[in-house]
Design a protein around this ligand. Sequence first.
Ligand SMILES: [Zn+2]
Length: 243
Amino acid sequence: MSTRALFREDAYLTRCDATVTAIDEQGIHLDQTVFYPLGGGQAGDAGTFTLADGTVIAIADTRKAKFEGATPDDAVHVPAPGQEDALAQLAVGDTVSAEIDWAQRYRRMRLHTASHLICAVLPFPVDGCSITTDYARLDLATVEPIEREDVEAKLNALIGGAHGVHTEWITDDEMAARPELVRTMSVKPPMGLGRVRLLRIENVDLQPCGGTHVRNTGEIGALRIAKLEKKSARTRRLVLELV
Ligand SMILES: [Zn+2]
């Protein structure tokens, strides 16, 4: 039931043809997908499956599949409720056209990439992170005061600097030898596939990440810090929104 995670090679793929490998209580499993499953703080994709006869199934969410021997790439697509008639048309072995809600995903890609910039502006360990369509929330382990206007100015300068964003791969062993790359304490690097994906923002940041990102920081567009608060004595919470 393994899934080929096409979004890891190309986050801009909005659609693919795929074969249904299983249908169970978790949802619909495909041999390959452009749908990002909830993980690393980034929300799971929504979208549609279109069957050969034109029937459309709305997908509300995507999660990591749970089964014996599942890898972090194995995804399951969760149908929106109330589609019994459409789902009755679907069988294992069928080909579907799987298409994500791109407007939603692209906002998440912009916000997700912005959260990497935050790591460069505020080089503190991240102990919580959530990337949604509307905001990116990061909890930074620090007791240092954070100046909102200063951070906003530095962030927007990095966005305006139009830095290239690239994916690189290293082996699990190389990753284990470079623990300094791990910024996010609450999110383990996506290991277990024999290789680890690193996200490099040219001249800005390098860290392991399995999420979806834009190709250039210029695509993020203007940002503002919607919230900056003390979450606990040792944690500052920062919420970013697209302007
Ligand atoms: Zn990332």
